[in-house]
Design a protein around this ligand. Structure first.
Ligand SMILES: [Zn+2]
Ligand SMILES: [Zn+2]
Length: 386
């Protein structure tokens, strides 16, 4: 009798606990809510298509063929920066493993001592010194870690993100340590593209109006009116946003820190990351080293047996020790990232091979500290409010 094991490689992204979606086997990573991102794509591609269809043939003939060429280059750059921001890991910090979480909880309990019943335990904070400034590290009740300085928990993605700036629904992703510069270049290039299209829309209308009259021009190029409207309303918001981020970069500050007033005078803490020099701050934020992703989301977890089929006669199967199943440290639980076709196999595997851990009470590994979910909610609520 011989047993045939069919195994499936499980990558780490399939089991990541946050609320992200993954495509292309974990290469592309985004937030789960993508409706506004599709609107961004539609507005940019739609407006540029109208510009290439209605204005460019006339302008390249009567002014210069360089006009559509420059527009095309700018459009491609905007799209590249948008997709780079949207599809990348913004700097998500991995959650603590159960063993690590237990250890951290024990450390905190030992430090705080016994808290009398009815009293709130002291806030979970650690202090670190950065450039002679004391910076507080807050404990994340969801990720079970003390967040590094400047990190914050995104309530939409349900992850702690390093150097968290904000969650941007327009790009469908968090903006953090690993994609901030691309986000800034996206807003900057989009501002230029909007101004460019808006300007040449006006030039086009004026040049045609001289020959054929204003109303006839509008009748001949209906797309121009739509473009002018879209560009006009986009212009204020995008240019304003670019200006705001230019100001933040010059101070080496994040949107999150600006909203919370982390380095404002009332706290008497100066920004320890600022070089007190605009050029140095800009260089650090825009030209500093690129940080690798710490998620290792395409790394292999371990091979989980899916199906074990016997090829020979159905002899005494009870004597078969089924050694492979015991290798699994935790049952493979299908989640939202698991491909649909794999779910029945995983479920069957989980039913067949219950892990020894399942027989234990579920709370044995979780320390009996308060209610993690309610604490997590208050933590997230705090992040929202600040
Ligand atoms: Zn967190
Ligand atoms: Zn987010």
């Amino acid at each position: 009798m011989s047993a045939v094991m069919i195994t499936r490689k499980v990558r780490k992204w399939e089991k990541l606990p946050g609320k992200n979606t993954f495509c292309c086997d974990g290469r592309v990573m985004m937030a789960r809510q993508k409706g506004v991102f599709y609107l961004t794509l539609f507005l940019i591609i739609g407006t540029c298509s109208l510009f290439f269809a209605f204005e460019c043939p006339y302008l390249s003939l009567h002014l210069s063929p360089a006009i559509p060429v420059f527009a095309a280059v700018l459009f491609l750059f905007v799209m590249a920066m948008l997709l780079r921001t949207s599809f990348s890991d913004p700097g998500v910090l991995p959650r603590a493993l159960p063993e690590e979480a237990t250890f951290i909880e024990m450390e905190i309990e030992a430090a705080n001592g016994n808290v009398p019943a009815g009293q709130r335990p002291p806030p979970r904070i650690r202090n670190v010194q950065i450039n002679n400034q004391i910076v507080k590290l807050k404990y994340c009740y969801t990720c079970k870690i003390f967040r590094p300085p400047r990190a914050s928990h995104c309530s939409i993605c349900d992850n702690c993100v390093d150097r968290f700036d904000h969650h941007c629904p327009w790009v469908g992703n968090c903006v953090g340590k690993r994609n901030y510069r691309y986000f800034y270049l996206f807003t900057l290039s989009l501002s230029l593209l909007t101004i460019y299209i808006f300007t040449f829309d006006i030039v086009h209308v004026v040049m045609r109006s001289v020959d054929k009259g204003f109303l006839n021009t509008l009748k001949e190029t209906p797309g121009t009116v739509l473009e002018v409207l879209v560009c006009f309303f986009t212009l204020w918001s995008v240019v304003g946003l670019t200006g705001f981020h230019t100001y933040l970069i010059s101070l080496n500050q994040t949107t999150n820190e600006d909203i919370k007033g982390s380095w404002s005078g009332k706290n008497r803490i100066q920004n320890p990351y600022s070089h007190n020099n605009i050029i140095k701050n800009c260089c650090e934020v825009l030209c500093g080293p690129a940080y690798p992703s710490v998620l290792d989301r395409r790394g292999l977890m371990q091979e989980d047996p899916l199906v074990s089929a016997t090829c020979a006669a159905p002899a005494s199967s009870s004597s078969n020790p089924v050694p492979q199943t015991t290798k699994t440290t935790a049952p493979l639980i299908p989640n939202e990232h698991t491909p649909d076709e794999a779910k029945p196999g995983i479920a069957a595997s989980a039913e067949k091979t219950p892990s020894p851990k399942e027989e234990q009470p579920p709370d044995t590994k979780i320390p009996p500290l308060a209610t993690p979910e309610t604490d997590a909610e208050t933590s997230i609520a705090k992040d929202k409010t600040h």
